[in-house]
Design a protein around this ligand. Structure first.
Ligand SMILES: Nc1ncnc2c1ncn2[C@@H]1O[C@H](COP(=O)(O)OP(=O)(O)O)[C@@H](O)[C@H]1O
Ligand SMILES: [Mg+2]
Length: 227
């Protein structure tokens, strides 16, 4: 599904050039659940911004399903992003003044659905994360784990080709983290969701079937895991 070929990324300031991704070669198959691990500053966010079609200022090739989007317009790129990838963040990033239903509905509206065409899909997504009965609540009325489930439902709503989860359990206690990781595993096994998980927490690795380790912008390890 995803092919990065000899990718290098630089941040240039007036004084210096930072080489933040170094000769990255990465192939991701549909259906994988992969952890990208590395210390702070190693280039994880830079890498997922590139994978998630947010950043395309890099050297080398990114082929998605065999095609390069390097020369697409910004409009095309944001459309592809909206239809292809679902993001889950550490801090949930829900809209506080909107209900759970409205939060999950929003990407559908961006994707061209009308207000009266969304109910079934939104409730189905909430059902997948076990929160169908919370549709009318606001984020503040939910626990952290429940808020992250809402964010996962929102990430799933456009049936993305893959999900990028950046430290999705970083703000949660151990028990709730395990719940969220088990939800990702269920989605991976039952819906064949492709999941790219970014973390510095080794406890999340056993939930995944592949581990990529990154140091100073380079992949130093890429191994299959048995879970
Ligand atoms: N916009 C930017 N401009 C300049 N340097 C940056 C920028 N974003 C990140 N960096 C640098 O690139 C390196 C990798 O950062 P990042 O991808 O955020 O790492 P991680 O997510 O693993 O903590 C770090 O040295 C960071 O300081
Ligand atoms: Mg980061």
């Amino acid at each position: 599904m995803i092919d990065l070929i000899n990718v290098n990324k630089y941040y240039k300031t007036d004084e210096e050039t930072l080489h933040v991704l170094k000769d990255i070669n990465l192939h991701v198959n549909a259906g994988e659940m992969m952890a990208i691990m590395g210390p702070s500053g190693s280039g994880k966010s830079t890498l997922i911004n590139l994978l998630g079609f947010i950043d395309r200022k890099f050297e080398g090739e990114y082929l998605f399903e065999g095609q390069s989007l390097l020369s697409s317009s910004d409009d095309v790129l944001s459309k592809v992003r909206n239809q292809t990838v679902g993001f889950v963040f550490q801090n949930f990033s829900l809209i506080e003044n909107n209900t759970v239903f409205e939060n999950v509905e929003l990407p559908l509206l961006y994707n061209g659905y009308g207000l009266h065409q969304t109910k079934e899909k939104v409730l189905a997504a909430l059902d997948k994360v076990g929160l169908k009965n919370k549709a009318d609540k606001h984020p503040k009325q939910l626990s952290g784990g429940q808020q992250q489930r809402v964010a996962i439902a929102r990430a799933l709503i456009n049936q993305p080709k893959f999900i990028i989860a950046d430290e999705p359990t970083g703000a949660l206690d151990t028990h709730t983290s395990a719940d969220i990781m088990n939800l990702f595993v269920d989605l991976n096994k039952q819906e064949q969701s492709t999941i790219i998980l970014v973390t510095h927490d080794p406890e999340l690795v056993p939930y995944c079937d592949r581990l990529i380790s990154i140091r100073d912008g380079a992949i130093i390890e890429d191994k299959e895991l048995i879970r």
